[in-house]
Ligand binder design. Sequence first.
Ligand SMILES: [Zn+2]
Length: 235
Amino acid sequence: MRILVIGGMHGNEPLGLAVVKLFQEKPVKNIDVVLANELAIEASSRFSVQDLNRSFPGNKKSKDYESRRAAQLLKLTQKYNVVLDFHNTCCPNNDCGFVGDTANGKLYEVAWLLGLDRLIVADYDCINKFASNCLSVEISLDSLFNKPELWYERIKQLSLIEDFSTKPKIERYRFVYRMTLEDKEKFNLDEQNLNAFQRMDDKIAKAMGVSVPAYPIFIGDSFTPYNYGGVLNKL
Ligand SMILES: [Zn+2]
C-alpha cells in the first residue's frame, strides 16, 4: 500500500522529524514523506501563526501560512492509502493513535499492526477529521516507542502488506473535553495525581460536565502550556 509519513505537524516535536529524515536517507518503495509545518520546524516552535493541526481543512488562498499549508497537505493525503502523522507529548504513558469520526475501518488494523493499542476518535478540526485515511501517532517523550528506527522498520513492513485482516485488540476512546488552565486552579488538578488513561475522580469529571468514567490525557503537557490536558470517554 502507498503510505505518506508526516513529520513536524508541530514543529518542535522530534519523533516525526527523525522518522522523515530516516526515510529521506534510506528511501523505501511506496513510502513518501513530508515535513508539515516548515516555518515552525525552522523556528523549533509548535507553530508559526496558528496551530497547523487546528487549521484544517484550510484555505489555499488564505494570507496565513498554516491555513494554506493545511489545504496543501489535505490535498496531498488523497494520493495515499494510509497517512501516518507523528506527534510527541511530554505526558508519560500517553502512547496512542488518533483518528477522525469518519475513519476508514482499516486504520484500526493499521494502528494495531503498528503496535498501538489505544485509539482516540477526535471530532475537532484536526487532520484526522478531514482525512479519513489519516492515523496520528502520539508518543510520549519518555516512551520506549519514542525511537525513529523502530517506526522506520514498522512502516516499511506495513508498506509490504497489500491486504490484511487482523482482529485489532484496541481500546477505543472519544475525545470529549479539553481541560483549561481555569480548571487546573478550580479543581486543584496538580494535586489530583492524574495519570494518562487512568480513570479520574468521577466528581471532578462531572463538575467539568463530562460523562463518567472519564480518562485524562496530555496532562500538564509543556508542548501545550495554554491548556491543561484532554479528557476521554470509552467507546
Ligand atoms: Zn503534536
